[in-house]
Design a protein around this ligand. Sequence first.
Ligand code: NAD
Length: 377
Amino acid sequence: MKIFVPNQTQSDETRVAMVPAAIKKIVSPVVQVLVERNAGVLSSHRDEAYVGAGAQIVGDDGWAAADVVLVVRAPAIEQARAMRSGAVLIGMLSPNKNLELLDALAQQGVSAMAMEYLPRITRAQAMDTLSSQANIAGYKAVILAAEKCPKIFPMLMTAAGTLQPVKVFVIGAGVAGLQAIATARRLGAVVTAYDVRPAVKEQVQSVGAKFMELPLETAGAQDAGGYAKELSPEQQARQREMMKKAIRESDVVITTAAIPGKPAPKLIPADAVGQMQPGSVIVDLAAETGGNCELTEPGKTIEKNGVTIIGILNVPATVPFHASQVYAANLAGMLKLMITKEGQLKIDTADEVIAGVLLCHGGAIVHPRMKELMAHV
Ligand code: NAD
């Protein structure tokens, strides 16, 4: 069994799919790990560390040699075409944005697995890349805000007077939002948070923030999978109005609100930004799906009337060492499900976790969501 970890640096990705510590646990007399030269260089892992962990350093010939290829993000089509029939590709493949790649993988006979589609069930927690990466993003959002904010976060009582703590408002308290709250609290900020799922209130309070109550009747705002459902246009408009005061009174607003498969809800209109104090900062972690703030420009940091709006993309890649460490642990969990003690690949399509992530298999698209999307192309 050969597992290949390619170099992703050509696609501006700083993370790597396997770190040396995780490889140590995978390598065995029947499992070989091939790592492309310099694959870990941007996440502070030298080739020598991979060799020390039992891996072999190779060139891009690993694509054709491997039984399993582990990536961070979707590969180029030529790389997919180099893979052999029956091989497995695992990564955050953004399948709905990569239909052409998916078609090529299916034609090639590759079994492709998209980690974004992992069912959020207890058994799969250790493999949950959305959570592992969102956790890092939530932390980094606060650091980015602190860096741009003209105030320090904690309260300071000094001989020169008292400095008031900054007020942080976190909108959306899923994995990223809860980590943002905890991080801002550790820096000494006073934190308020809101989420449309009422079930989140206790979690928000347990990490030290005040939960903002909005009379929005959101009792049915959570689906069976624990995700938020989209609010009606009227509810969204009411939410925007009711949050304006909290936004106006905050030094930092961190937004993470997302609805799976939908553009990010627009929760901060331009006029709410106009009412914020100069020096205030918005970090829009939903920039990837269009942004929660009407003025966010995905991929850019801009200033409007003295308010900084950070629309940074791929936030976990700005913390590549730890983001890669937890991502590698997630993928190691997937491999455990699929490789037998004898080093044979076993793709059990009846397993809920495998079926959840499997996009194409045996030369055909098998994922129901992908079949539906492909039918409309
Ligand atoms: P996400 O990234 O899909 O969304 C972020 C947050 O935005 C969510 O909390 C959502 O409720 C919120 N949101 C959506 N619309 C909003 C609006 N209009 N206003 C305010 N907030 C809004 O979420 P996530 O972080 O991926 O987590 C989704 C769910 O999955 C959560 O319930 C989480 O606890 C759950 N989860 C379960 C497991 C598990 O193993 N059981 C693991 C991880 C996450």
